[in-house]
Write a protein that binds this ligand. Structure first.
Ligand code: OOG
Ligand code: MG
Length: 259
């Protein structure tokens, strides 16, 4: 049996101090999915105790490109907290991160609760608005290396996120061309269709997976539906932007030196 509280405290400290730790599995045995999600919740509880609020959920490994990049193929989810929100065009402090990477995503904002087995139509009906988004992931494990249980325990590597302009819920998000730039170069190009064939499927999966952990997705929450392409390293970058066609643009800058 994994020591849920001890591992959660270690992961919380690693995130707070931007200091990588060795992966958990292999060293202290394996983690079951249930244990891994328990650790995730316990680690986020530390943050909530410091005053952060839950503001949504993120999905991971919902595109082939991400599964191939990280060598894992099960969908995972993590919790988004208020201290992870970066305003569009805002600056992040490099010192907050260990070895940050960025991913082009689509996000939805909910207007009604959603949980458990829902149809596409029910998922759509709960959407208040949609947006292009960037997720900053920053694994708390050395060299960004982990097995499935590790990354789930580590809140699916989630670290910060930026959403673009919120658009009407019926805006088409099914096949949006995306160009992500890091500094002066194009880092990744792709389409939102890479997210489970249609990103709304990722919202259906989020309701089911979070629901199985007893979590109801709440009105007002942001749901990040997963990276459409592989993630790009931004540890030495200064500007990141995503051009997502009719979904508009979203970006941020990075200030300060490495942690
Ligand atoms: C895990 C997080 C995956 C996504 O969008 O697929 C993820 C990782 O790659 O470290 O956020
Ligand atoms: Mg992501």
């Amino acid at each position: 049996m994994a020591d849920i509280a001890a591992i959660a405290a270690k992961l919380d400290e690693a995130a707070l101090g931007a200091r990588a730790i060795p992966q958990i599995t292999g060293q202290e045995g394996e983690l079951s999915l249930a244990e891994a999600y328990d650790i995730q919740r316990a680690a986020i509880d530390h943050r909530i105790a410091r005053g952060a609020a839950l503001v949504g959920v993120k999905m991971g490994f919902t595109s082939e490109a991400k599964m191939v990049q990280m060598g894992l193929k099960d969908q995972i989810w993590g919790r988004l907290t208020s201290d992870m929100v970066v305003p569009n065009g805002g600056a992040i402090d490099r010192a907050r991160f260990i070895h940050p990477r960025v991913e082009p995503e689509v996000a939805v904002r909910l207007k009604a609760p959603l949980s458990g087995e829902v149809t596409r139509e029910e998922a759509f009906a709960a959407v208040d608005a949609v947006a292009a988004a960037l997720e900053i992931i920053d694994s708390r494990y050395l060299n960004f290396r982990f097995a499935l249980g590790d990354v789930i325990a580590d809140n699916a590597s989630s670290s910060a996120f930026v959403t673009g302009p919120w658009l009407a819920a019926d805006t088409d998000i099914s096949d949006v061309a995306m160009t992500m730039r890091v500094d002066d170069g194009i880092a990744e190009t792709g389409t939102s269709a890479a997210i489970l064939g249609d990103p709304i499927r990722s919202l259906v999966a989020a309701a089911r997976l979070a629901g199985s952990a007893g979590l109801v997705l709440q009105p007002g929450w942001t749901i990040m539906l997963g990276g459409a392409t592989a993630a790009a390293a931004i540890g030495a970058a200064r500007t990141v932007s995503l051009d997502a066609g009719h979904l508009g643009r979203v970006g941020f800058t990075i200030e300060g030196g490495a942690a």
